[in-house]
Design a protein around this ligand. Sequence first.
Ligand SMILES: Nc1nc2c(ncn2[C@@H]2O[C@H](COP(=O)(O)OP(=O)(O)OP(=O)(O)O)[C@@H](O)[C@H]2O)c(=O)[nH]1
Length: 291
Amino acid sequence: MAERSWSFSNVFRGIFSGSEQITDDTWDDLETALITADFGPDVSESILDQLRADVTRHRVTEVKEMRRMLRDAIEERLAAYDPTLKLSERPAVILVVGVNGVGKTTTIGKFANYLKSFDKRILVGAADTFRAAAVEQLSTWSERAGVDIVKPQQQGQDPASVSFQTVQKAVEENYDIAIIDTAGRLQTKGGLMDELGKIRRVIEKQAPVSEVLLVLDATTGQNGLAQAEAFIEHAGVTGLVLTKLDGSAKGGFVLSVQEKTGLPIKLVGQGEGIGDLTGFTPHVFAQQLVG
Ligand SMILES: Nc1nc2c(ncn2[C@@H]2O[C@H](COP(=O)(O)OP(=O)(O)OP(=O)(O)O)[C@@H](O)[C@H]2O)c(=O)[nH]1
């Protein structure tokens, strides 16, 4: 796989190619690298503690061996969360939520395209009714992915009613999956949650909600996480989507975000193209991060 710009291995290459034996400098450099890559202070410290204990216990002296241990430690921690998407209901209803501009609509386009390759019948719902451009954008993506769309009849239509119509059509016409785009404004917690709560209630009159995916922009790191706090606390989020990892040097965010929220990462966006979305595989990720 081509090396991505977010790859942590660039940072590591310096540390691990400097000398063959582990020295005090190796530990200092490693700590700096973990912080730089946005693992966050707590996760960085606990990785370092674990690694120190492992290195001592196994009497490891070589940098090469330490690198392997780091990779394994990161993989093990990433794998503590289940990345499987729950799509067994028919239709499986997926709500996509998140703050402004994080990549919700783009993700839905890529995700619809990905699911179609498994021969699924997909319907998307444009419940981001505040911006006409948002509906147009989703419409363009649905065309590219070759999936059907339910749009509001007029601008500003109640997002809950568009969601209702989407799920109704999905049930009546036997779609496998309905994906609903919601508005991404930074709102007061009350307004945001009232709107999402209403969307949920009207959907659940017809079908259970299978997944609530919170989209996070990896380039904003810990900051973006703070902005999304209201969703995490109140929206019944079942999984995370990390976007823009292609533009981020903050690969460590991948690990800290799971540990901070207790939520699994289920999808990863690595570009603006329709094919730039993948599932989340801890083994591959640890490899890409550490090299
Ligand atoms: N490089 C890169 N850009 C991305 C990725 N995902 C989304 N984008 C870009 O991010 C910008 C915002 O994406 P949107 O999908 O419009 O975001 P949104 O969350 O739907 O925005 P609102 O509806 O305004 O809340 C667009 O320019 C996308 O092309 C990604 O994985 N990598």
